[in-house]
Design a protein around this ligand. Structure first.
Ligand code: SF4
Length: 680
């Protein structure tokens, strides 16, 4: 039997055909008719059965007794969690926090929304996710500038700038689209300190200094404005702040920008001219590489402004938006009496005008747990996340996990985080539960949704997240807000406004349904959803809150121009992905481990020679936070003076080196892309 579902081994949810024989998965294939992946799967998707049936999977609830784990039944485990939560709630519900995995990995609106609903009813605003350091910042930047979140329409573009993104490793469905665009002759420009696969395919590769992207953005705007290559009609009718921008860019010379960015003035000019004169054109912004610097939100604003200057907003092949399918919002945010941690400091991280973004800035969780500031967090529930490896400043994260009075972890594996838990709850995999995938429009501009299916029964006693939270809600006495008796009923409730039911998506439309279309030039009728109704090149909202109203470059807090660089002469960039792993996941799949067995540091031959490093050496890399040992990979594919160490490894964990200090004043995003390091 073939069952049609959606992969969830990374955030993109490719359509997947799963063959099941006698209740066991025997093979997986890409779903040919799926509009995201058209029959393809990346290496991770192809080994889904190995992941599901991994010998390392934990499929029984367990509680910690002393240093040892003891197997218990679900009733006991849920009772234990409920008891702790009731106790904390008596004292102050805000003392309980959740850390959820990539919200999308937990199933879009149906699962994440469900957990957040529980938190709202419980009375704690303290829900955190990797969005504290990933993706949210560009959403904020785009909304502040054009009033909405658009994406690059690569399929129809004649010029594509890929900025700080390595899609062949981190977003294969996008890479497949770029490959096709190249075949039909689209121009390709890549801005990245690494010579990635997409950079090798490009017409122009600008090897930029990490953390200097705002300078480059201003350089491109400068050329476009001063050479009068901008779309005069769009700018005069639909933008505010053009004159201010013109005066602003005049303050920077191309020579200064070239010196700061390591990109020659001629190359900056060539990129600007190509982008402005090839129509339509779009910029694909990396998932988080432009975010994790002090100008993260401003970098996203710069991307939106560049599209606006060149008249590429809401045009086919430009920067577009497909309406998101309207499902029922599960949140009950009106029940909360306080905002989450970090929001008094970064209000736009929670809400931009009418758009409620819904969670706290996780970089403030550290002080709450460790110092009790501004109030203590005493109990944490970690759902499908591994902050011990994936959140910055791992030594501090581990201190936090040890210090908290009660730690519950729901996961498929005994992760580095779960090892510190008081109770371990075995999670069903994505092939063992139902959930809604309703975000193709947001991420790819594809107005589509489908049901992720329960292809097999959960292994052992593993349970779906929604089932667990439903049972916990009932134990807590929250029945009024959680009246459902099954996941199917929850999904019917979520789906109701769409006109589809669980049964429709499960049986009639197993491959998914189209939910709308991409609308072009809507602004001509309705304007933009900003206070001025126009593209806000100059942002009064930012000005009122004390931030730069126009993108303005700022050096990273650990800058090669600072005194600290004498002691730490290397620029460390982290977070780049290898296609075989998603963050800390998949390390337990033997086939992947054989291909890429250990953590490594990429270093240019010139830098390697300067520091006496040879290919294959084990080297100690140190920052102010700590040091790790990693294998040297000497390669021309990285700029001299820069080192790249990917994350997610328990040995050679690069997050021992990173800082959890909020870096971007607007969003609180930590700086993970341009830190100073040295070789010991
Ligand atoms: S890109 Fe790979 S891991 Fe991600 S959803 Fe597609 S097949 Fe799965």
């Amino acid at each position: 039997m073939i069952i049609k579902t959606a992969c969830e081994l990374c955030a993109w949810s490719c359509g997947m055909d799963v063959k099941v024989e006698k209740g066991r998965i025997t093979s997986v294939k890409g779903m040919k008719e799926h509009p995201l992946n058209f029959g393809r799967l990346c290496p991770k998707g192809s080994v889904a059965p190995d992941y599901i049936y991994s010998k390392e999977r934990v499929t029984r609830p367990m509680v910690k007794e002393g240093e040892k784990w003891k197997k218990v039944d679900w009733d006991y485990a849920i009772e234990l969690v409920a008891e702790n939560l009731k106790e904390i709630r008596e004292e102050d519900p805000r003392y309980f926090a959740t850390i959820i995995g990539m919200p999308i990995l937990l199933g879009g609106s149906s699962t994440v929304g469900f957990i957040r609903r529980f938190m709202d009813v419980y009375g704690t605003p303290n829900c955190f996710s990797p969005e504290s350091m990933c993706y949210r910042h560009q959403i904020i930047g785009y909304i502040l500038t054009i009033g909405k979140f658009n994406v690059a329409d690569v399929d129809n573009a004649n010029c594509i700038i890929v900025w700080a993104h390595n899609p062949h490793a981190s977003k294969p469905p996008l890479a497949w689209r770029i490959d096709k665009a190249r075949e039909r002759g689209a121009k390709l420009i890549v801005i990245d300190p690494r010579r990635t696969k997409v950079a090798k395919m490009a017409d122009i590769h600008a090897s930029i200094r990490p953390g200097s992207d705002t300078y480059l953005a201003l350089g491109l705007m400068k050329v476009i404005i001063e050479e009068e290559l901008y779309d005069k009609e769009f700018v005069s009718n639909y933008c505010v702040g053009f004159e201010e921008l013109k005066n602003h860019v005049a303050k920077y010379s191309l020579e200064e920008i070239a010196e700061r960015t390591w990109v020659e003035a001629e190359t900056i000019t060539e990129i600007a001219r190509t982008f402005a004169t090839t129509k339509p054109a779009c910029i694909v912004q990396g998932v988080n590489a432009l975010d994790q610097v002090p100008t993260g939100v401003q970098n996203a604003r710069s991307v939106a402004i560049l599209h606006a200057l060149t008249g590429n907003i809401d045009v086919k092949g430009g920067f577009v938006r497909a309406a998101r399918v309207h499902t029922r919002n599960l949140r009950l945010v009106e029940m909360l009496e306080d905002v989450p941690l970090g929001i008094k400091e970064h209000p736009l991280f929670y809400q931009v005008w009418e758009t409620h973004l819904g969670e706290g800035q996780g970089m403030y969780l550290y002080d709450a747990v460790l110092e009790g500031k501004p109030y203590p967090i005493k109990s944490i529930f970690v759902a499908g996340s591994n902050p011990a490896l994936t959140w910055p400043n791992s030594n501090k994260v581990v201190e936090m996990l040890k210090k908290v009075e009660f730690l519950a972890v729901m996961d498929m594996f005994m992760t580095e985080t779960a090892k510190h838990a008081d109770v371990f709850l075995p999670a069903a995999s994505f092939l063992e539960r139902y959930e809604l995938v309703d975000y193709y429009s947001v991420i790819f501009g594809i107005p589509y949704m489908m049901l992720r299916k329960k292809v097999i029964e959960p292994l052992g006693e593993a349970k779906s997240d929604v089932e667990f939270w439903l049972e916990l809600a009932k134990k807590m006495g929250f029945d009024n807000y959680f009246p459902w008796t099954s996941v199917e009923e929850v999904l019917d409730y979520v789906l109701e406004p769409t006109g589809y039911s669980f049964e429709d998506l499960n049986e009639k439309y197993p491959s998914g349904v189209w939910t709308g279309e991409v609308k072009y030039e809507e602004y001509k009728k309705r304007g933009f959803k900003t206070p001025s109704g126009k593209v806000e090149i100059y942002s009064e909202t930012l000005k009122k809150l004390g931030y730069d109203p126009i993108p303005t470059p700022k050096e990273p807090s650990e800058s090669p121009y600072s005194e600290k660089a004498k002691e730490y002469p290397l620029i460390l960039t982290t977070g780049a992905r290898d296609v075989y792993y998603t963050h800390s996941q998949m390390r337990n799949v033997e086939k992947m481990r054989r291909i890429l067995p250990e953590a490594y540091v990429e270093i240019n031959p010139k830098t390697a020679e300067k520091f006496g490093v040879k290919d294959g050496d084990k080297v100690i890399v140190k920052t102010e936070r700590g040091s790790i040992v990693v294998r040297a990979k000497v390669t021309e594919d990285i700029a001299p003076g820069v080192i790249n160490i990917p994350h997610g490894w328990s040995e050679g964990n690069v997050n021992v080196l990173t800082s959890n200090k909020p870096g971007d004043p607007i969003s609180g995003c930590p700086e993970l892309k341009a830190l100073l390091a040295r070789k010991e």
